[in-house]
Design a binder for this molecule. Structure first.
Ligand code: ADP
Length: 752
C-alpha cells in the first residue's frame, strides 16, 4: 500500500494515486524492502514494462527528501525527454527536474539548482571530464538499462562513469535497472548492491511460434491463424489481432525490410480504418511530408495514410516521435521496426511479431541469430496494462525444425550474461586519458587501482590482461603527446585535473602521469584520442590552406564518425574521385596496395563528399537519393561533422595551426549547408539555406542589405508577408512592416 511508504516528499503519494498507482507491484515492494527508499544500493532486474521506473523514482524522491540530489542516467536521448516529461510532474510537490543531453563541452551549472537531473551516459561522462562541481552533491544515481554495459560501443562509458561517480562520493546510492539478464547477481556484487530479481509482469505475456496455420503458445494453448493465398505470415497475424481491436509491432532486421513490410501491412490495416481515422491519418501524413521532402518521408507518409508505419534510425527525430505518439494513441495500427525501437521508448502493442531473428553480422561474415536478451526485450513490448487483456509475442517459423529451434532458442531460454567490454582498445584509450585528465588517477598504479573498481576487473579471469592493455594504451597516449610522465617518485602539487580530491594521493614510488595541455583538450572535447591524433596529424601536414572536402574527409576518417559503407561498384567511383582530388586530402594517403586502409579512405571520402555536396547546397532529396540514405542519416552525419570540426578548431588553436579559420569556415558551412558566400546571410534567424540562396540571387548578399534594400524585393523572394517581416526584424531593420508593399519578382517585374 502506497500510504505506508515513508520518507517521500509530502504530496508524492497522492501524486502517484492520481496517476492511477494504488499499490506497489511486487518487485517494487521488494525493492522498498531491500532499502530503496533508505539509500541502499540496489540492482533491479525486472522484465520490460514492469514498473522499473517507479523503483528508481522512489529512491530518487526519498534521496531528495533527505536533502540530496539525484541523477537518472538513460542510454538514449529520446528516453531522456520521455523521462523528463514524466518527472516534470513532481513540480506539483516541489521537486524540480532538469535534463541535459547534447553539448559535450559544458558543465551545465544551472543544473546545480535542480533536484533530479536526467542525462545520457555520454553526457554524464563529459560532465565528469569537464569537472562539473555539482556532481559531488549527488546522493543518488540511477542507471537505466544497465545491461547495456554489454554494448561494445557504449557500454564502457557507462561502466567507467558509474565507477567515477562512486569514487567522487563513496556514500552514493546506486540504483541500477536492468532487463532480466543471466548474471544480475554479478552486477549486484560489483555495485555492492542488493538484488531484486523477478519475472513478474503486470500483464500476462504469452510467447509463441506461428507455423503453418497455427499459433502455438508456451502455455500449451493454440490459436488458428490461417494464412490466406499469397499472404505473408506476419500479415495474417496483424489482420487477426486487428480484427479484435489490437495493434501490432513487427520487428525485422533491416531498414529496407521495415519499409517493405510497412508498405505491405498498410494493405491490411487500411481495411480496418474508420472515416475519422482516415482523416486524422491524412493530417499526420502531411506533417511527416512537411518535416522533410525526401523519398523516405514520402514513403512513410504514404504508409501512414493507410494506418501503417515503419520506424528506423533513418527517420528524423520528429518523424520518429510522430509515429510513436500516433501508435500509442492507437491511430496507427501497425509499426514495422528495426530493433532500435525495442531498446527505446514506451510503445507497447497487443501483439509483437519477431519476424527476423537473424541479422547480418559483419564479424560473422553472414547472418547470425539475435541474442536472447534482445529478442526478450522485443517480446516484452507486448501488452498494454489496462488496455489489453494480455500481450502476445510471436516468432515465425518456416518449417517444423524451425519451430522446434525457436521454442528452444528463445521461448524456453534464459537471457545471456552481461559482459564488460572495457578491455577493447578504443574504449580503454578514451577512458584512460579521461581518467588521468580529470584527476582520478595520477600514477600507473593509481590508474590500475581505479580500473580495479570496474565490472571488467570483477569479471576478468585472465590475469594481467587489463594491466597489459593499459600499458599499451599509455604508450599510445604518450607517443601522441596526450599524456606525459613527469620525473618520478615525488607527489606532484600541481592541479592535474578537475577532481584532484578524487585522485590517488597516496605516497607513490611510481612515475607521475599527467595529461598534457593537448590531452586535456582532447578529453574535454570528448574525442577518441585516435580521432584527435588523426586530426592533429592532418592539420600539421597541410602546406596549403585545406579545402572543405579535405577537412570533411579528414574528420570522416576518424573513429568518431561512422562512415558510410561503400556499395558494390562504388570503390571504383570513389577510387576515381580519390585520384582526382588526392592533393586536397590531408595526412598520409595509403597506397593502393594497402587494401584495408585504402578502402577506409574511400569510405571516408564518400562521407566527406556527402558533406561537401551538402555544403555546396545540393538539396536533401538529391543527396538521400544519390547516397541511398535516409534524411535522419544525413542529419546525423552533418551533426557529427559539425561537432568534430568544432573540436578540430579547438585542436588547431591548441597546436597553433595556421588553418584555424579554414576549419571554422568548413564547420559553419556544414552546419548551415551553404557555400561560403551565404555564411553571413544564414546568420540571420529564420534564414535557412534555401532562403539565403534566393535572397542572394536577388542581390541581397549580407544582413546589412536586408536593412536597406527595397522591401518589395524581399517580399518577392520570400512570398509570405509574415515571414518577410520576421526576417527583416531579425536582421535589425527599423521598420519591418510589409503593409502595402508590392512584391517585386526576382526578374524585376512587379506582381499585381
Ligand atoms: P519499465 O521501466 O519497467 O519498462 P515502466 O516504469 O515504464 O516500466 O512502467 C510501465 C507502466 O506501468 C507505466 O505506465 C507506469 O505508470 C505503470 N506502473 C508502474 N508501477 C505501477 C503500479 N504500482 N501500479 C500501477 N501502474 C504502475
Amino acid at each position: 500500500n502506497l500510504e505506508e511508504l515513508s520518507g517521500l516528499p509530502p504530496g508524492a503519494v497522492s501524486h502517484f494515486q492520481q496517476e492511477g498507482i494504488e499499490s506497489l507491484y511486487p518487485p517494487q515492494a521488494e525493492a522498498v524492502e531491500a532499502g530503496a527508499t533508505e539509500g541502499e544500493n540496489l540492482v533491479a532486474a525486472v522484465p520490460t514494462a514492469s514498473g522499473k521506473t517507479m523503483i528508481a523514482t522512489l529512491a530518487m524522491l526519498s534521496a531528495v527528501e533527505r536533502g540530496g540530489k539525484a541523477l537518472y542516467i538513460v542510454p538514449l536521448r529520446a528516453l531522456a525527454s520521455e523521462k523528463k516529461a514524466e518527472f516534470d510532474a513532481f513540480e506539483s510537490f516541489g521537486v524540480t527536474t532538469g535534463v541535459t543531453t547534447g553539448n559535450y563541452e559544458s558543465t551545465d551549472d544551472w543544473l546545480a539548482t535542480k533536484d533530479v537531473i536526467v542525462a545520457t551516459s555520454e553526457k554524464v561522462d563529459s560532465l565528469v571530464r569537464n569537472g562539473a562541481d555539482w556532481l559531488t552533491d549527488l546522493t543518488c544515481v540511477v542507471s537505466d538499462e544497465v545491461h547495456l554495459i554489454d554494448d561494445r560501443n557504449r557500454g564502457p562509458t557507462l561502466e567507467v562513469t558509474l565507477a567515477k561517480l562512486r569514487r567522487l562520493n563513496p556514500a552514493l546510492q546506486v540504483v541500477a535497472l536492468s532487463a532480466t539478464v543471466g548474471n544480475a547477481d554479478e552486477i549486484a556484487d560489483w555495485l555492492d548492491a542488493e538484488l531484486v530479481h523477478s519475472d513478474w509482469r503486470p500483464i500476462d505475456l504469452r510467447m509463441g511460434v506461428h507455423y503453418g496455420n497455427a499459433l502455438e503458445f508456451d502455455d500449451g494453448s493454440t490459436r488458428e491463424v490461417p494464412v490466406e493465398g499469397s499472404e505473408k505470415q506476419e500479415a495474417a497475424l496483424v489482420r487477426d489481432i486487428l480484427q479484435e481491436g489490437g495493434s501490432s509491432l513487427v520487428f525485422v532486421n533491416s531498414r529496407r525490410n521495415a519499409e517493405a513490410a510497412a508498405r505491405r501491412l498498410g494493405g491490411v490495416s487500411r481495411r480496418e480504418l474508420t472515416d475519422e481515422e482516415r482523416t486524422e491519418l491524412a493530417d499526420l501524413a502531411d506533417e511527416i511530408r512537411e518535416d522533410s521532402d525526401t523519398e523516405t518521408s514520402r514513403d512513410l507518409a504514404d504508409c501512414v495514410e493507410r494506418g501503417s508505419a515503419f520506424h528506423h534510425a533513418g527517420l528524423s527525430s520528429t518523424q520518429r516521435s510522430l509515429v510513436e505518439d500516433a501508435f500509442r494513441d492507437r491511430l496507427l495500427k501497425v509499426i514495422s521496426a528495426t530493433p532500435t525501437l525495442a531498446a527505446g521508448v514506451n510503445t507497447p502493442a497487443r501483439r509483437v511479431i519477431v519476424r527476423d531473428w537473424r541479422r547480418f553480422d559483419p564479424s560473422a561474415g553472414g547472418m547470425a541469430p539475435l541474442d536472447v536478451l534482445e529478442v526478450h526485450q522485443m517480446m516484452g513490448r507486448a501488452g498494454r496494462p489496462g488496455l489489453d487483456p494480455y500481450g502476445e509475442a510471436v516468432l515465425l517459423a518456416n518449417s517444423h525444425d524451425d519451430r522446434e529451434e525457436l521454442f528452444d532458442r528463445y521461448v524456453w531460454a534464459d537471457p545471456e550474461a552481461v559482459r564488460s567490454k572495457l578491455a577493447a582498445e578504443p574504449a580503454l584509450r578514451t577512458h584512460v586519458l579521461a581518467t588521468i585528465a580529470s584527476g582520478f588517477a595520477r600514477t600507473r598504479e593509481g590508474l590500475l587501482e581505479f580500473l580495479e573498481a570496474t565490472l571488467y576487473a570483477s569479471q576478468s579471469s585472465e590475469a594481467g590482461r587489463l594491466e597489459r592493455v593499459t600499458d599499451e594504451v599509455l604508450a599510445y597516449l604518450e607517443r601522441n603527446d596526450f599524456v606525459a610522465r613527469s620525473g618520478g617518485g615525488s607527489e606532484s602539487d600541481q592541479d592535474t585535473g578537475a577532481f584532484t580530491a578524487a585522485a590517488d594521493l597516496a605516497e607513490s614510488t611510481d612515475e607521475d602521469l599527467e595529461a598534457t595541455s593537448l590531452g586535456h583538450t582532447v578529453s574535454r572535447l570528448y574525442l577518441d584520442p585516435m580521432s584527435a591524433a588523426e586530426i592533429v596529424h592532418g592539420l600539421e601536414g597541410a602546406d596549403e590552406r585545406p579545402t572543405a572536402l579535405g577537412l570533411y574527409q579528414l574528420v570522416s576518417r576518424t573513429p568518431d564518425m561512422y562512415e558510410l559503407y561503400l556499395r558494390s561498384g562504388e570503390d571504383e567511383k570513389f577510387g576515381e574521385l580519390f585520384y582526382e582530388r588526392e592533393a586536397e586530402l590531408l595526412g598520409d594517403p595509403p597506397s593502393e596496395y594497402e587494401d584495408h586502409r585504402f578502402e577506409d579512405w574511400l569510405a571516408a571520402l564518400k562521407t566527406g563528399k556527402l558533406l561537401a555536396d551538402w555544403a555546396a547546397e545540393d538539396d536533401e532529396e538529391a543527396l538521400t537519393e544519390r547516397y541511398k540514405i535516409g534524411p535522419g542519416d544525413l542529419r546525423g552525419k552533418v551533426d557529427t561533422a559539425e561537432w568534430l570540426l568544432g573540436a578540430a578548431e579547438s585542436l588547431a588553436r591548441e597546436i597553433d595551426s595556421e588553418w584555424t579559420v579554414a576549419v571554422r569556415e568548413a564547420r559553419a558551412r556544414v552546419e548551415h549547408g551553404v557555400s561560403e558566400e551565404l555564411l553571413e546571410l544564414v546568420s540571420v534567424r529564420g534564414v535557412g539555406r534555401k532562403r539565403a540562396r534566393q535572397l542572394y540571387a536577388a542581390g541581397i548578399e549580407e544582413p546589412a542589405d536586408l536593412r536597406t534594400v527595397d522591401k518589395g524585393v524581399v517580399l518577392g523572394v520570400l512570398k509570405g508577408e509574415k515571414t518577410a517581416e520576421t526576417i527583416l526584424e531579425n536582421a535589425g531593420r527599423e521598420d519591418p512592416s510589409m503593409d502595402g508593399v508590392e512584391p517585386i519578382e526576382p526578374d524585376g517585374t512587379v506582381a499585381t
